[in-house]
Design a protein around this ligand. Structure first.
Ligand code: APR
Length: 389
């Protein structure tokens, strides 16, 4: 077969590229390794920043994709049991963002794409791009029935996440990779229990913990733990006891624990985010620490840049935006990498003194205090939360 763009991966990145291309009538085929049910159930991020929201608004997709998603304007920061509300929207002239669980967004992106006649092929195995440095790349794969297929295209969008195949077909000496390992571990729990009134970050000598909503009846919690911590040691009883301690809230309502995981958070950037006719989008090109909530938003921002660049190339014969794709995206990636690092250090180092030592504990507490005492510092923080336009 033949198409204009092969999109590898149906996560937020690939589905956004595909929907944006579809809006402007550019042909594409999406190849996804897993089945639809698997893709639609994956739970991860939950906040769409203002910049990402605007991508869908500009494309006229906000009615379908964002319906009912409440504004995400404020953040509660609780230090040693004392709460302060950070009103991000007030410090950014209303650029608030939305609370939207990733799986809800993914489900709606799939539905929108398929309803508009989009070609999305689940259960595609052994996907592999070829000849990406030539004029006529192609992608081979096994379809859902196990038959070998070959798709020729003008461009390939590698949206297949950190462990995907796309990055691996680029000659290693054509890429510089940057890595940084997190000095703390993350224990995360998904529960069927009420969400907090506002996204909540809690710092205390018991360690850092965060509480985020995932829709009207579900919550995601994060607890700082030693890197590579033993998952089995986290019994449900210990989870709720630690949460009540760390959130300084004896009345925290509990509920069934649906999922538990210990995450080894990392930072990762590949430069450039393209090679020949292959363009890496989202997690395939970069990973940011989860604290800033920027992973999903960066994926959407990359997708927007790529869709516009492909449009310029395909419709107007202008390759300029495609050649600038990597540099355009990397400016935002490093900006959000820095923001995520800054926020992670502030909440982890400012929790228990033993995490980074008493000196860094004082620095972190001072950083945090500044957000509530300096309007300029508050605006800078809120601006980063909203995302760069
Ligand atoms: N062939 C086809 N599909 C693949 C392959 C492959 N070899 N490898 C991975 N995939 C698919 C995965 O099954 C997944 O559906 O690519 C998709 C990648 O999706 P994500 O991992 O969600 O990556 P991305 O879309 O860049 O992520 C968006 O949202 O919450 C965050 O952590 C998430 O930061 C990420 C962002």
């Amino acid at each position: 077969g033949t198409t204009t763009v092969v999109v590898i991966g149906a996560g937020v990145a690939g589905l956004t590229v595909a929907n944006l291309l579809r809006r402007t009538g550019i042909d594409c085929v999406v190849l996804e390794r897993h089945n639809r049910d698997h893709v639609e159930r994956r739970q991860r991020a939950g906040v769409l920043d203002f910049a990402a929201e605007q991508v869908y608004v500009r494309a006229g997709l906000d009615d379908r994709l964002l319906a009912g998603a409440p504004a995400s304007g404020s953040l509660e920061i609780r230090v040693d049991g004392v709460s302060r509300l950070f009103d991000a929207a007030a410090h950014t002239d209303g650029r608030a963002g939305r609370l939207l669980p990733q799986q809800v967004l993914v489900r709606r992106l799939i539905e929108t794409f398929v309803d508009s006649g989009g070609d999305l092929r689940f259960d595609s195995a052994d996907v592999r791009p070829h000849d990406i440095d030539g004029d006529r790349p192609y992608v081979t794969y096994l379809d859902a029935n196990g038959h070998a297929q070959r798709l020729e295209a003008d461009y390939v969008a590698g949206c297949d996440g950190f462990h995907g195949v796309s990055r691996s077909v680029v000659p290693p000496d054509a890429l510089t990779t940057y890595r940084h390992a997190e000095d703390v571990g993350w224990f995360t729990v998904l529960t069927d229990s009420p969400p907090p009134k506002y996204p909540l970050l809690a710092l205390s000598r018991h360690g850092f913990a965060a509480h985020f909503g995932r829709g009207p009846h579900a919550s995601r919690f994060y607890l700082q733990c030693p890197p590579g911590d033993d998952l089995d040691a986290w019994t449900d009883e210990r989870v709720w006891r630690q949460l009540r301690l760390r959130l300084a809230d004896d009345t925290l309502p509990d509920g069934p624990v649906v999922e538990k995981a210990v995450i080894d958070a990392r930072s990762f950037v590949v430069d450039p985010m393209s090679y020949g006719r292959l363009f890496l989008v989202g997690d395939a090109a970069h990973i940011v620490p989860p604290m800033g909530g920027k992973g999903m938003n960066l994926a959407i921002a990359d997708a927007d840049v790529l869709a516009h660049a492909l449009h310029a190339a395909v419709r107007n014969g202008d390759d300029g935006p495609l050649r600038a794709y990597s540099a355009t995206c990397l400016r935002r990636v490093w900006n959000d990498q820095e923001y995520s690092r800054w926020l992670s250090d502030m909440v982890f180092h400012g929790a228990d003194q033993s995490t980074a030592g008493p000196f860094h504990w004082h620095l972190a507490r001072s950083r945090l205090d500044r957000i509530f005492t300096s309007t300029n510092a508050a605006r800078a923080f809120a601006d980063l939360m909203a995302g760069t336009a």
